[in-house]
Design a protein around this ligand. Structure first.
Ligand code: HEC
Ligand code: HEC
Ligand code: HEC
Ligand code: HEC
Length: 165
């Protein structure tokens, strides 16, 4: 009996030792892989790759420099918008980056849809969004599923329906 127990203890000691060896090997391999695969700049500013900041900064700037640029060719839209509720918006807040269009107006034709996605980005009722600065609407019930520009002119929101300033 005693001999059998002794043998069992030795066997389980061996087993524990083997498991230990496997664990240590796994840790070493993990350490090596981590060392090789984690980029150098990781953690430079926080829990992300520091070089990423530089990559964003060096991306091409494709916005035109402002509404005056658009006025050279779209005097009417610029004038209309300046007198209405959207006067504080830059053309490119809705139209997106336009530098390529300014360089090649007849080749590059950017279009923007006046739908719930565009207008709702600023006017949709959201938890935590204050109505004090920008009026908000429940887009579904307010528009009845129609595109916002069916009733609102994007440059002069009340021009078609009356009201406003
Ligand atoms: C150098 C002149 C010029 C400048 C500057 C310019 N555009 Fe244009 N834009 C045009 C011309 C020309 C067209 C019409 C192209 C056509 O229909 O063939 C046009 C068309 C457009 C259209 C309509 C596209 C369509 O197919 O319905 C939008 C929107 C537009 N421009 C926005 C802007 C904005 C915003 C700016 C300022 C960032 C701007 N443009 C600056 C010349 C210009
Ligand atoms: C609130 C969003 C918004 C702003 C700000 C805005 N636009 Fe527009 N614009 C639109 C939408 C949406 C259309 C498409 C209208 C359509 O499909 O009938 C459009 C259409 C146009 C067109 C095509 C012709 C037309 O009237 O349909 C031109 C040109 C244009 N915009 C120029 C400008 C310029 C210049 C400015 C800056 C003064 C500007 N937009 C500011 C949303 C905007
Ligand atoms: C980039 C943000 C932004 C986008 C996109 C935008 N708006 Fe506006 N809108 C404003 C701001 C800012 C005002 C002025 C503050 C106000 O009155 O709510 C305004 C005012 C308005 C008003 C007048 C509210 C009032 O009675 O004073 C209407 C209507 C309106 N927008 C409709 C639209 C529609 C329709 C679209 C899409 C074509 C649109 N807006 C896209 C920011 C935006
Ligand atoms: C069927 C026509 C119609 C459609 C579609 C429509 N509106 Fe309006 N909207 C109106 C009318 C009419 C008013 C002015 C009376 C009112 O406040 O209800 C108005 C007012 C507004 C106001 C000012 C609200 C305030 O408190 O003063 C905003 C902002 C607005 N609309 C945004 C939008 C947006 C964003 C969309 C698209 C999701 C949209 N509208 C679609 C008819 C429409």
């Amino acid at each position: 009996m005693e001999a059998e127990t002794g043998q069992k203890t030795r066997m389980s000691q061996k087993a524990v030792f083997r498991v230990g060896v496997v664990l240590v090997c796994a840790l070493v391999v993990f350490g090596i892989i981590r060392q090789l695969s984690v980029p150098k700049s990781f953690g430079q500013y926080g829990y992300y790759r520091g070089d990423n900041v530089q990559e964003w900064v060096s991306m091409d700037q494709t916005f035109a420099s402002g509404n005056q640029v658009c006025a050279q060719c779209h005097a009417q839209e610029v004038q209309e918008a300046a007198q209405a509720e959207h006067s504080q918006l830059d053309c490119q807040s809705c139209h997106g980056p336009m530098q390529d269009h300014v360089k090649q107006p007849n080749q590059v034709h950017p279009r923007v849809a006046g739908n719930v996605d565009l207008c709702g980005a600023c006017h949709r009722v959201m938890v935590g969004r204050s109505k004090d600065n920008i009026r908000t609407v429940q887009v579904g019930s307010h528009s009845g599923g129609l595109d916002c520009i069916r009733c609102h002119d994007p440059h002069q929101p009340y021009a078609k329906i009356g009201g406003g300033r």
